[in-house]
Design a protein around this ligand. Structure first.
Ligand code: ATP
Length: 734
């Protein structure tokens, strides 16, 4: 690290002016007077003000519009020295309560010592005419705050931590921020700061925390539990948790057992025997799971009286839909009339959506106010279009916000202010995780009906739990499974092959007719070239499908046909550099106006406005896809289907190129044409579920480019990683 420090280009000079400073995160653009010339420096420099002397390490970057500038990664601030620097600093307004005139008086009175006097002997300031004891304290406090920030930056520099942490640490802990980090470095791995656990742990050890200290053991256990939520586990068996944490920290299992006792006593974990396991939960997930089992259990037992004229109503609905329900479909719509909760499942083309529309029409005819929802923005949009009515994301339905103090989501609609509806129908339930389902249920009045629709063979939710699958397998909840593929749908090879793959049968890859094609490419380079050619030329010219309606998918991010390589190749072909297009480098990627991008985490705080300023709101969600409209000095403007969002440079970690995305990220979205790269990937990614999910994303055309053996491996590999969840067991005993 030190070597890296010395190798990086260094600049030194006095800050002549601040062009831009984000109060929230400290991102700053400033002009630095380095003696011979003045240059622009950008980076996280919270609280830096004109007149300060800086040493910055980083690299020279070219900005499309603003030319060459210096991006600072390491910033050292030296207090102004000598009369001139001290005066310039004080006169710049850097210290609240001191303007030009006072600055002059201070320097005249105290000379070079002015700053030391302000910090250490504020009483002396009253010697100056016009400075009362109260004002002296205000000035001294403001300066001390500046010094606190400066020390925080020194600390971060010294431990090679990102300077961006300074502002959020200050926001959370104020004047005692540095002490807070010193006494518990693990707080840096909390959601607000996002430092890797391993980095926080290294800092803790550097600061003298013992390897077996309780603080370290407890932090390790909580980290493992939290980390495993991302792997879909609602709990971890105690033995597995201890083994994983023991390995992570090189600490003895018995000591960890002691720490589990402490954490349980403090209410930071819950332990319970469930599903034959000694389960350890984080409390929020435990409560969510218990609540779901209890509510769904109660709802499943409730029987409702169907309307007297159900037969007549169904006849009318079928007439209006222009079809006659197949027996399974009829059963589904009837169940919806009689049960408070029901599950409707089936693969592509089995008539789920037709049924869902039938249930909606029936509820309307019964005078029930009904809300339609789906887990993602794209799925909600599609649902709304298919049902010719409004559908929203579950988050929007629940009026979800974000509490900046706790980092938790806040659902405005909850048991105290439930949804004003008689029924809720949710589509694509396979993507809903345990916390979101608990939130939805708590916003339903006691008598509200719930219809959950989905395909359990799709990849499961990203978040914890195996919700849909557990609900089905418990056999406690009324369920209708649609199995018949309708004639119209069966004409599509996409639908037929999806069902085959789901049953472990390899589709006939030689057929190459209709809407399902296989192009054999045995090496990564020719596969990538073919994919680029399909997007740039063949599909737009031969099939009339423009590039922006084609989605390239890959099971993996890395390797020869991972999304990383494909994005580079597709950007070069579909959106090459042009002097009219603004650009900004971020990590390995150059964001360019015209790029297709994806928001890759849920951000409930981000502001969007509708094109033409008709509406505005908050929140962009993991998986939302948009196009970069403009890149300028301060932000990147992205258009998400008419919702326009501005990303400042420090937010770019939330955006990724999306010419190609992983199959996992494409869950819940449909595209006119899908091209899947199937060549290589880790066995846990080359699975039947991934292939099935990829195929079912395509509406009109599906093309696999790659190796038939890789496709075969995916069909055969029915590996479903086990997810630890207690929901099924709880439902059985609810
Ligand atoms: N009872 C029926 N009689 C005739 N055709 C039907 C019937 N039900 C559905 N269909 C037709 O079958 C096709 C598939 O139906 P639908 O879109 O409802 O299925 P789905 O399960 O939602 O499929 P996907 O998941 O692929 O969207 C549609 O063309 C639909 O019009």
């Amino acid at each position: 690290m030190d070597q890296e420090r010395t190798e990086k280009p260094v600049l030194e000079g006095t800050v002549s002016s601040i062009i831009f400073q984000n109060e929230g995160n400290g991102y700053t653009i400033l002009r630095l007077d380095a003696g011979e010339e003045e240059m622009t420096v950008v980076g996280s420099m919270p609280g830096v003000s004109p007149g300060e002397y800086l040493t910055v390490r980083g690299e020279w970057v070219r900005h499309a519009t603003y030319g060459t500038q210096f991006r600072a990664d390491v910033v050292e601030r030296r207090l102004p020295q000598g009369l001139k620097e001290v005066y310039h600093y004080l006169a710049s307004g850097a210290v609240k309560g001191v303007g030009k005139a006072t600055a002059r008086l201070l320097v005249e009175e105290f000379g070079e010592e002015a700053l030391t006097v302000i910090e250490e002997e504020p009483d002396k300031l009253t010697r100056i005419r016009g400075i009362s004891p109260k004002r002296a304290r205000t000035i001294s406090n403001a300066f001390r705050q500046q010094m606190g920030m400066r020390r925080m930056m020194e600390f971060l520099n010294q431990h090679q931590l990102p300077l961006e942490l300074a502002m959020p640490l200050y926001r959370n802990y104020g004047d005692v921020a540095l002490e807070a980090v010193r006494s518990n470095p693990y707080l840096l791995s909390g959601w607000e700061f996002g430092v890797d656990f391993s980095q926080a742990d290294a800092l803790a050890l550097e600061l003298g925390v013992e390897g077996e200290a309780p603080l370290r053991r407890e932090a390790g256990l909580l980290f493992e539990l939290d980390h495993n939520l991302n792997n879909g586990h609602s709990f971890l068996p105690a033995g597995k948790l201890a083994a994983a944490t023991g390995q992570l920290l090189s600490v003895d299992g018995e000591l960890l057992e002691e720490s589990l006792d402490t954490l349980e006593r403090r209410g930071e974990i819950v332990r319970e025997e469930i599903a034959g396991e000694q389960a350890v939960y984080l409390p929020q997930i435990y409560e969510a799971e218990v609540y779901i089992a209890q509510r769904i259990g109660e709802m499943s037992r409730s029987q409702l009286l169907p309307p007297d004229d159900l037969d007549k109503l169904l006849k009318n609905i079928q007439r209006r839909q222009g079809i006659t329900y197949a027996p399974q479909q009829r059963q589904a719509v009837e169940q919806a009339a009689e049960r408070q909760v029901m599950l409707l499942t089936g693969g592509p083309g089995t008539g789920k959506t037709t049924c869902l529309r039938g249930v909606l029409a029936l509820f309307e005819a019964m005078g029930l106010e009904t809300a339609l929802a789906a887990p993602t923005g794209r799925a909600a949009k599609r649902l709304g279009e298919l049902c010719s009515t409004e559908a929203s994301t579950i988050h929007r339905l629940l009026e979800t916000g974000f509490d900046p103090h706790t980092g938790q989501l806040v659902f405005t609609r909850n048991e105290y202010d439930p949804l004003d509806v008689d029924a809720v129908i949710v589509d694509e339930v396979s993507m809903v995780d345990v916390p979101l389902m608990a939130a939805l249920l708590s916003a339903l009045r006691d008598d509200c009906r719930l219809v959950l629709v989905g395909d359990p063979d799709q990849l499961p939710s990203v978040g914890p739990g195996n919700l849909f699958s557990d609900l089905i397998r418990s056999q406690v909840v009324p369920t209708v499974r649609l199995t018949e593929i309708f004639r119209q749908a069966a004409q599509s090879a996409i639908v037929r092959n999806a069902h085959q793959v789901n049953q472990g049968i390899l589709p006939d890859l030689r057929e190459n007719r209709g809407d399902f094609f296989f192009l054999r490419r045995r090496d990564a380079q020719s596969a990538a070239e073919t994919i680029v050619d399909l997007c740039r030329r063949r599909l737009p010219e031969n099939m009339g499908i423009p590039a922006d309606q084609i989605q390239v998918l890959s099971p993996t991010r890395r390797r020869g046909t991972g999304t990383g390589v494909l994005n580079q190749a597709l950007q070069a072909a579909l959106n090459p550099p042009d002097e009219k297009k603004g650009e900004r480098r971020f990590g390995d990627w150059i964001f360019r106006a015209g790029d297709r991008v994806m928001q890759v985490k849920n951000n409930y705080d981000i502001l969007w406005r509708e094109d033409g300023d008709t509406d505005s709101g908050m929140g962009m969600f993991n998986g939302d896809i948009g196009v970069i409209r403009e890149v300028d000095r301060e932000c990147i403007t992205v258009d998400f289907d008419g919702k326009v969002v501005e990303y400042s440079p420090d937010m770019l970690g939330e955006l990724e190129p999306a010419f190609a995305v992983t199959v996992h990220k494409a869950q819940g979205s449909e595209y006119r044409a899908v091209i899947l790269a199937a060549l290589d990937g880790a066995p846990m990614l080359m699975t039947r579920g991934v292939l099935y999910t990829a195929i079912t994303r395509a509406k009109e055309l599906f093309i696999v480019v790659g190796d038939d053996q890789a496709v075969e491996r995916m069909v055969v590999n029915n590996r479903q990683t086990r997810r630890y969840s207690g929901l099924r067991a709880r439902l059985l005993f609810s």
